[in-house]
Design a protein around this ligand. Structure first.
Ligand SMILES: Cc1cc2nc3c(=O)[nH]c(=O)nc-3n(C[C@H](O)[C@H](O)[C@H](O)COP(=O)(O)OP(=O)(O)OC[C@H]3O[C@@H](n4cnc5c(N)ncnc54)[C@H](O)[C@@H]3O)c2cc1C
Length: 332
């Protein structure tokens, strides 16, 4: 494995901000991953997936590890289900496509989410009424201190909304993820936009569902190659009963959904729109004109400009509605 120094990270984050990595490597297998961890015990470490959910505000004075291994193996199979283990470096949508081609269902609603397989459990990627945690059986990791292999069951991953144990315990590199998928498929309505897109198709096939999702996503979201972005910038806020009531006094039509345990989810996009930030721009940074949850980069290479805009949106939403917007995107 080649160890490089002073590597520009701009091509490796979808916001296209500039930063140098002091040391950079791309392990092609778990053995190389363990080797680089063991040979650099004292370096601060950062793991890079496909770079769709992070950006840089400064150089990284340590070791950046970008796993590129992408083996895929069937671990078990019966008449109804198949369990597949996939290495971290595989592109998420390539994996979804392969599953759909083979008639394996469970992750088709997550088509076209830009991600590596390795990052998919971290924020429990989700879309169109499906979360990846519904199909994950096991996550294998390498400990960043000891280089030891560990295995997390689904329960041990402590999945939540855009959340998992890996968001809170930064000490692991995900090396592979195992998924249990169904060999049959029956469309169940989970998301109204998707059913609308499938209108006229009484019993859509797996391929038709995937194609419908690809059409919706392509229409709705900016292409990061033309307009750099990291998808939804903020999480949808989860409110206490008191916070919810306070919000509804200030915005009577605010969408509020029951999130269980006396908690309520509202829409970050609604709050940003209502605060007057839909399509708003400050210099080279702004919200996307068709989807205000997406912050877009119109040409800066300096991540600090994105942070300044983020803070402005957060302050305005807090001032107007008393709700704190938390970024979903990781900022380094
Ligand atoms: C246009 C667009 C649309 C999006 N739509 C959605 C959506 O519908 N639903 C959704 O949930 N998300 C969405 N996202 C967010 C993004 O797709 C996910 O967060 C995705 O999982 C990021 O994967 P990545 O490989 O690019 O991770 P990166 O951005 O490279 O990394 C994200 C975080 O995970 C860590 N990490 C990455 N790989 C590993 C690993 N192997 N081991 C340990 N840590 C690791 C990194 O250190 C970082 O903290 C969207 C993003 C974009 C740009």
């Amino acid at each position: 494995m080649i160890i490089k120094h002073n590597v520009q990270l701009q091509p490796y984050n979808s916001f296209r901000t500039k930063a140098l990595a002091k040391i950079f490597c791309e392990p092609r297998g778990t053995d190389e991953l363990i080797e680089v961890i063991k040979t650099h015990p004292d370096e601060k470490k950062l793991i890079l997936g496909a770079g769709f959910n992070l950006f840089f505000t400064k150089d990284f004075e340590g070791l950046v590890i970008r796993p590129v291994m992408e083996e895929i193996n069937t671990i078990s199979e019966d008449d109804n289900h198949v369990e597949i283990e996939v290495e971290a470096g595989m592109e998420w949508d390539t994996f979804v496509q392969r599953c759909v081609e083979r008639g394996y269902s469970g992750i088709e609603n997550l088509s076209l989410i830009p991600s590596s397989v390795g990052a998919s459990p971290i924020q429990n990627i989700g879309a169109y009424g499906t979360e990846v945690s519904e199909t994950i059986t096991r996550v294998k990791t390498v400990d960043l201190k000891s280089g030891d292999l560990k295995s997390f069951s689904n329960e041990e991953c402590r999945f939540g909304y855009r959340d998992s144990i890996f968001k809170h315990q930064a000490g692991q590199v995900i090396a592979s993820v195992a998924f249990r998928l169904s060999k049959s498929f029956e469309y169940k309505e989970k998301y109204i936009d998707l059913s609308r897109e499938l209108n006229g198709t009484p019993r859509p096939s797996l391929e038709q569902v995937r194609e419908a999702i690809i059409r919706i996503r392509t229409r709705k979201l900016p292409d990061f190659r033309e307009l750099p972005n990291a998808g939804s910038f903020f999480k949808n806020p989860i409110l206490t009963k008191e916070e919810k009531e306070n919000l509804l006094k200030k915005a009577v039509d605010a969408p509020v959904y029951n999130a269980g345990k006396n908690r309520f989810k509202t829409s970050a996009a609604y709050l940003i729109d209502k605060a007057g930030y839909k399509g708003k721009r400050r210099g080279m940074v702004g919200t996307y004109e068709h989807h205000s949850l997406v912050i877009v980069n119109h040409g800066t290479e300096d991540g600090r400009e994105i942070v300044a805009f983020m803070k402005e949106v957060q302050q305005e939403v807090m001032k107007q509605f008393g709700v704190r917007l938390e970024p979903e995107v990781q900022i380094y």
